[in-house]
Design a protein around this ligand. Structure first.
Ligand code: ATP
Ligand code: MG
Length: 255
């Protein structure tokens, strides 16, 4: 469970997150949308405990992580996998070293065991293990994104996955691949997920619940039916360019 209770956060005197509250139950998902600079990535950083709010509470499985001792925070972070906005692979490490980075650095598994896990993970994210010795710049953007997802999954066995713009810059086929991987993770591993995206059409394929952040505030938190019905000015303004996708979205069965 991830819960924000009246969270405020500022950087250099500028308030970035304003009185934000929401709650995501275990196994549930939320897509966070909003204009560039509205504070979406900052919300993910706060969940990871990479930044500390000025006031309010951030609860992960009922524990407030704000002001928590770093040892306990590290333990909680182990439950969270993160796929960063730019994929953020280590350029000079091979695909195998990237995916196996955390067990290679932090576990006591033998090298052969880790290699086995890495090959299995590459299969899970839909990549051939023939690319295990390739460097990231030899891969397409979509493949890099899957390597990043594989690395997040092998970092621990995450109960929570955070994705920052996972489909941005991908062609339609790769987008579909990454979306189905995100959905499969929720269905097979029952991970709680938050996906930040600009792509409204993708948003509807990844969740049936949405948060719209506007200038650091929650302008909307609800499902697609409520989204369509909303007459809140900031929601209407945000959705205007996407009217057709919102009108056409079918009720998807996420159960
Ligand atoms: N380290 C920082 N120093 C100063 N300002 C920052 C810093 N990080 C973020 N900000 C500011 O905080 C605001 C929110 O940034 P954030 O990265 O969360 O936006 P975003 O919604 O993820 O945008 P995008 O869609 O472009 O990724 C922006 O105004 C940004 O300029
Ligand atoms: Mg961002």
């Amino acid at each position: 469970m991830i819960e924000f209770r009246q969270v405020n956060f500022s950087i250099e005197g500028k308030q970035i997150i304003k009185n934000v509250s929401f709650c995501i139950s275990n196994g549930d998902s939320r897509v966070i949308m909003g204009h560039s600079g509205s504070g979406k990535s900052t919300i993910l950083r706060l969940i990871l405990g990479l930044a500390c709010p000025d006031s309010g509470e951030i609860l992960i499985d009922d524990e407030n992580i704000c002001g928590m001792k770093s040892k306990r925070l590290r333990e909680i972070r182990k439950r969270i996998g993160m796929v960063f906005q730019d994929g953020a692979l280590f350029d000079s490490l091979t695909v195998g070293e990237n995916v196996g980075y955390y067990p290679l650095e932090y576990s006591k598994f033998k090298l052969e065991e880790i290699e086995g896990k890495v090959r299995q993970m590459l299969g899970f994210v839909g990549l051939s293990d023939e690319i295990i010795d390739h460097l990231p710049d030899q891969l397409s953007g979509g493949m890099q994104r899957r390597v990043a997802i594989g690395r997040a999954l092998l970092s621990t066995d995450p109960k929570i996955m955070l994705y920052d713009e996972p489909t941005t810059g991908l062609d339609p086929r790769m987008t579909e691949n990454v979306i189905s991987l995100i959905n499969r993770l929720r269905e097979v591993k029952h991970v709680t997920s938050i996906v930040v995206t600009h792509q409204i059409s993708d948003a509807f394929e990844m969740s049936d619940k949405f948060i719209i952040i506007d200038n650091g505030e929650v302008a909307f938190d609800g499902d697609v039916v409520q989204l369509r019905a909303s007459d809140e000015a900031r929601v209407v303004e945000f959705l205007r360019p996407f009217r057709d996708s919102v009108a056409n979205v079918k009720k998807i069965d996420f159960a």
